[in-house]
Design a binder for this molecule. Structure first.
Ligand SMILES: *[C@@H]1O[C@H](CO)[C@@H](O)[C@H](O)[C@H]1NC(C)=O
Ligand SMILES: *[C@@H]1O[C@H](CO)[C@@H](O)[C@H](O)[C@H]1NC(C)=O
Ligand SMILES: *[C@@H]1O[C@H](CO)[C@@H](O)[C@H](O)[C@H]1NC(C)=O
Ligand SMILES: *[C@@H]1O[C@H](CO)[C@@H](O)[C@H](O)[C@H]1NC(C)=O
Ligand SMILES: *[C@@H]1O[C@H](CO)[C@@H](O)[C@H](O)[C@H]1NC(C)=O
Ligand SMILES: *[C@@H]1O[C@H](CO)[C@@H](O)[C@H](O)[C@H]1NC(C)=O
Ligand SMILES: *[C@@H]1O[C@H](CO)[C@@H](O)[C@H](O)[C@H]1NC(C)=O
Length: 554
């Protein structure tokens, strides 16, 4: 079902040119608009401010029945969640026998699928989200796109990195390095063409929260980076694509989707001008917001040693102080285990991934600052031997959140954590890192997982950590916090969907929606789990629900 007829599309193009001809839109017009926009460092819609909890559902457009999509969105909305983030791309190199696909990228040519299993499926998702009062962040491509091994038995689209993306363009255009995605003129033309076709469908849809240019853009992916890729390469690409979207759609926010890596010492394409704008001063009785000063390496070091000092004091009082470091000229220096190097010398703040998220956030067409938090795949700071591993994850994650809030404040734009997750022991066998298609802990049995040798945190540690991160995010003034990822049971399993039917089927086939041919294999199952799904976790759902209430009241 296509809810956006061609007449509307024609009208929106016309409207776009009318709006483009108006010299300047006033803040008031924007603030009272039904489209989400920004005012200072906050989001506004219809004249009211908006802060939200969200969740990731990259697999939503792969579901075959509208009932499944509607139920999933209704379950999400029932918790008070306001935003879902999902993949608005699904690139294939050969047309699959069944299921959703959005673009064929084959041997240097591309064609977009605007049929019922193509962009019309995205239309349906957005329309059903609107019915549930949800906004949608539409991500337009992915940094992570490894080719599955030949023995991989997973359903297509099961993993978040199995929807095509940058490396599919690179491979199918006969190129070699990952960063040619950003610089090759033919690839850029094709990507802008795809972007045009997606964006022009939703110019008049108030339920699009933002167009996100890419998930976790970097110089590197499974394909290597060329020697010429720098932070400026990736910042320039964001500016080009954002300007292109802005020329088609004057209504919606544009965001980057990067991991949030900062590089205080990198050259800037969009340097901060003048003194940083003042952050909206907190109302009386409210918490103090982040300072609007750019993040410096010196500051990061100071905060790390301050946190270490506090942990040592607590440990000393408890009589559990660990002296496993060495003293160098009177100062404590940690032993060199893999995570104990200072984060200031690590990849978070040195531009080694080719990402300077402050420079990207300061691009005029980028509406807000965004970042991610995945401690199972990236260290967010040195480990302190005086606290257990999971508490290091909790504290370093909280520090990353406040640092990001500060960086966004320095740019004077809202800040959104677009994805965060922590793998539990229960989820460990399903965990697949974003740059991989193999689950490294798949063979761990329950006994090993529940011992200290096993991978993952306990459910309780996850609950505590999520609560800390959400509370820290709200206290430091984040405007949106989006958990990764939602899990839904009771979905229809059919060929072409991402739903793994249970091996022992106690459930009877669910009736199909009118107009759909029932298939004998049909049964029900759960949405994909890449190690982060919260299917059936009432605890995490409750935590998200509670935070949805606090952030709305903030
Ligand atoms: C904004 O206002 C429009 C028009 O009055 C209304 O249809 C829409 O539901 C409102 N949106 C929100 C988020 O309140
Ligand atoms: C959640 O979805 C299930 C179907 O998957 C449905 O039975 C249930 O009523 C939904 N709950 C809410 C709160 O919408
Ligand atoms: C790919 O395109 C090239 C040049 O357009 C052509 O020579 C070649 O035959 C094509 N290969 C395939 C497999 O279609
Ligand atoms: C743009 O997309 C359309 C529709 O898929 C396709 O026909 C056309 O060849 C594309 N143009 C470029 C330059 O990729
Ligand atoms: C496929 O093979 C690789 C090694 O080549 C192995 O690590 C992986 O576990 C295998 N996957 C499956 C699903 O058997
Ligand atoms: C991703 O994995 C490939 C091997 O599959 C490796 O060569 C590459 O360096 C990895 N890239 C990153 C950024 O970790
Ligand atoms: C690419 O990734 C590899 C492995 O993670 C790393 O050693 C290298 O520095 C990265 N290079 C760039 C340019 O990002």
């Amino acid at each position: 079902m296509n809810f956006l007829p061609w007449g509307t599309l024609f009208f929106s193009i016309l409207w776009a040119s009318v709006v483009a001809a108006i010299p300047s839109r006033t803040i008031d017009t924007r603030a009272s608009s039904p489209y989400v926009s920004t005012s200072g460092s906050g989001f506004v819609v219809n004249g009211s401010s908006l802060k939200y909890i969200g969740t990731n559902v990259y697999w939503l457009p792969t579901l075959n029945t509208n009932e499944d999509i509607r139920n999933t969105l209704a379950n999400i909305s029932a918790l008070g969640i306001k935003v879902v983030r999902l993949w608005a791309f699904n690139d294939v190199a050969t047309i699959p026998a069944d299921g959703t696909w959005l673009q064929l990228i084959q041997n240097g040519t591309v064609s977009v699928n605007d049929g019922p299993n193509g962009l019309q499926k995205l239309d349906t998702v957005i329309q059903l989200a609107e019915e549930q009062g949800l906004y949608v962040i539409l991500s337009l491509t992915n940094n992570w796109d490894p080719v599955p091994l030949s023995n991989d038995t997973r359903l297509r689209n099961y993993l978040s990195n199995n929807y095509g993306g940058m490396d599919t363009y690179v491979r199918q255009f006969g190129l070699q390095t990952h960063d040619q995605f950003y610089t090759n003129p033919s690839v850029l033309t094709s990507f802008l063409n795809y972007t045009t076709q997606v964006v022009s469908r939703y110019v008049n849809s108030p339920s699009v929260f933002s167009y996100e240019l890419a998930n976790d853009a970097r110089c590197n992916s499974t394909l290597p980076a060329s020697a010429t890729c720098t932070t400026e390469t990736i910042t320039a690409w964001h500016a080009t694509v954002a300007a292109h979207i802005r020329s088609i759609d004057p209504n919606h926010l544009i965001s980057s989707g990067v991991g949030g890596y900062l590089c205080p010492d990198c050259p800037k394409l969009y340097p901060l001008t003048a003194p940083a704008p003042p952050v909206t001063s907190p109302a009386p009785g409210k918490k103090k917001r982040s300072q609007a000063k750019p993040v410096t390496k010196k500051q990061i070091l100071r905060e790390e040693s301050e946190r270490r000092r506090r942990n040592r004091e607590v440990a000393k009082r408890a009589g559990t102080l660990v002296e496993d470091g060495v003293r160098v000229r009177g100062r404590w220096v940690s032993t060199s285990t893999k995570r104990q190097q200072s984060s200031t010398s690590g990849s978070l703040y040195d531009g080694s991934y080719g990402v300077d998220s402050q420079d990207i956030s300061n691009i005029p067409d980028i509406g807000f600052s965004s970042f991610q938090l995945f401690p199972d795949q990236q260290s967010y700071g040195p480990d302190d031997p005086n606290i257990p591993s999971w508490q290091n994850i909790e504290q370093n994650g909280a520090q990353w959140i406040t640092t990001q809030a500060q960086s966004a404040a320095a740019v004077g734009k809202p800040a959104v954590l677009t994805a965060f997750g922590l793998v539990t022991q229960a989820n460990a066998p399903d965990f697949v890192p974003f740059n991989s298609t193999v689950a490294p802990f798949a063979s761990e049995n329950l006994a090993k997982r529940q011992s200290t040798l096993g991978y993952g945190v306990t459910d309780q540690q996850q609950a505590t950590t999520y609560t800390t991160w959400l509370d820290t995010g709200i206290a430091s003034g984040l405007n949106g916090i989006v958990q990764y990822q939602w899990g839904q049971s009771g979905l229809t399993a059919e060929p072409g969907t991402t739903i793994d039917p249970p091996t022992t089927t106690g459930e009877s086939p669910t009736p199909s929606s009118p107009g759909e041919t029932p298939t004998p294999q049909q049964t029900t199952g759960s949405s994909p789990n890449d190690g982060y799904a919260i299917t059936g976790s009432n605890t995490v759902q409750q935590i998200l629900g509670n935070s949805a209430q606090s952030i709305a009241a903030d």
